[in-house]
Design a protein around this ligand. Structure first.
Ligand SMILES: Nc1nc2c(c(=O)[nH]1)N(C=O)[C@@H](CNc1ccc(C(=O)N[C@@H](CCC(=O)O)C(=O)O)cc1)CN2
Ligand SMILES: Nc1ncnc2c1ncn2[C@@H]1O[C@H](COP(=O)(O)OP(=O)(O)OP(=O)(O)O)[C@@H](O)[C@H]1O
Length: 195
């Protein structure tokens, strides 16, 4: 069966939305354990993350862990003028959050809180579906594709991108597009994939 990107997106989104609260909590804790085994995570001081939406694996325990270690955490904010682009803003316990056009909470725009993308060490990315080659499919806005378009393992290695997903978000094969940036690493509660 050769499903379109839109069909895969819809199918996998439904699958993750059906996870129970207990499934979600366990998955989130296991994900933190998996990440803690990685040097890329252990050595990162400035980390881009996201707030869970639509049944995504919840990075909350990861955020708490990073705050506890004294690391700086950043969240994506939809760029106010440059359509399809993200800004990354500092996120701490006092950050005021407002919902964006998709209903996802994001830090209120504040120029002093913006971090240049390449100043981040690690970017933990949301995704809808991934395959065994590291291809990722997102929500369809191309936001992370654009964010990662200049990334290169040797020439432009910061931030190091790692996809976060539930096990049930793995699919047989994704029809990759020319702009898709395959991820070098994807972390799930059961396994860290590396290419
Ligand atoms: N938690 C989280 N934050 C994120 C992302 C993400 O995937 N997850 N993004 C990663 O890119 C950006 C937001 N991208 C998004 C793109 C589409 C939709 C969405 O729900 N689209 C609707 C239809 C569009 C509409 O309502 O206008 C849909 O598909 O039902 C949500 C977020 C930035 N923040
Ligand atoms: N680097 C890029 N430059 C310009 N346009 C891009 C780029 N990457 C993606 N796009 C555009 O964005 C749109 C959505 O792309 P796609 O369906 O691959 O998004 P996605 O991977 O599902 O979403 P996201 O990256 O936000 O999680 C496409 O129409 C594509 O043309």
């Amino acid at each position: 069966m050769n499903l379109s990107r839109q069909q895969i997106r819809q199918h996998v989104r439904e699958r993750r939305q059906q996870l129970s609260d207990a499934d979600q909590r366990l998955a989130a804790e296991s994900l933190l354990c998996q990440l803690q085994s990685l040097p890329q995570f252990q050595n990162a001081n400035r980390v881009g993350l996201y707030l869970a939406n639509d049944g995504e694996i919840d990075p909350e325990p990861v955020i708490q862990h990073l705050w506890h270690k004294g690391c700086d955490v950043y969240l994506p904010v939809l760029h106010p003028f440059s359509k399809g682009h993200l800004l990354f803003l500092h996120y701490d316990r006092n950050t005021l959050l407002i919902r964006n056009q998709y209903g996802i909470p994001e830090p209120r725009l504040d120029a002093t809180a913006i971090a240049p993308l390449t100043s981040l060490d690690l970017l933990l990315c949301p995704l809808v579906a991934f395959d065994a080659e590291g291809n990722r499919l997102g929500m369809g806005g191309g936001f992370y594709d654009r964010t990662l378009s200049r990334w290169h393992p040797e020439a432009n290695p910061a931030p190091y991108p790692v996809g976060l997903a539930h096990n049930c978000q793995q699919v047989e094969a994704l029809p990759a597009q020319e702009w898709d940036v395959p991820l070098p690493m994807i972390a799930t509660p059961d396994k860290v994939w590396q290419w």
